[in-house]
Design a protein around this ligand. Structure first.
Ligand code: GAL
Length: 156
């Protein structure tokens, strides 16, 4: 993957299942207004989006909005009025797939749980867009790490 190539669309190798992690490292641009990371179904226009993770620095109260898009319609937003990634700084954003939720972990600290609103089995694509640079996106299956330490792929 070419560095800084945003918007970025990538295939989630092996799809999603419990214990899978997706780790995005990158840097928020100086004076960033917004960016988002979607875990979604394919890459057509207006795909279903299981998790839209959207830091917003352009609102008077900075926040992260998370949501799900089904049949081109957003559901209710879940907001946190704190953005754990700072403009101009590098970050590590990790999504852990659980049975009922996605855990979102930023720079090693737990940020939020997002309850599944659609089946994880349909999610096969990661999409990143907005005022951000991506350095790497890596996938791993934490449930399988002990048994299959080599079963960890990194796409760059
Ligand atoms: C809208 C915004 C979209 C998306 C959505 C999530 O207001 O235009 O980009 O973030 O909220 O609820």
């Amino acid at each position: 993957m070419e560095e800084n190539s945003v918007p970025f669309t990538g295939c989630i190798q092996g799809g999603l299942h419990e214990g899978k992690t997706i780790t995005v490292t990158g840097r928020v641009l100086p004076n960033a207004k917004r960016f988002h990371v979607n875990l979604q179904c394919g890459s057509k226009e207006k795909p279903d989006v299981a998790l839209h993770f959207n830091p917003r620095y352009d609102e008077s109260k900075h926040h992260v909005a998370c949501n799900t898009m089904l049949s081109s319609k957003w559901g209710p937003e879940e907001r946190k009025y704190y953005i754990p990634m700072t403009q101009e700084e590098r970050f590590t954003l990790l999504f852990l797939v659980n049975r009922d939720t996605y855990s979102v972990i930023v720079n090693g600290a737990h940020f939020m749980e997002y309850l599944h609103r659609m089946s994880i089995t349909q999610v096969d694509t990661i999409f990143v867009s907005g005022d951000v640079e991506i350095e790497s996106i890596a996938f791993s299956n934490s449930a399988g790490l002990l048994k299959q330490p080599a079963n960890q792929a990194v796409v760059m």
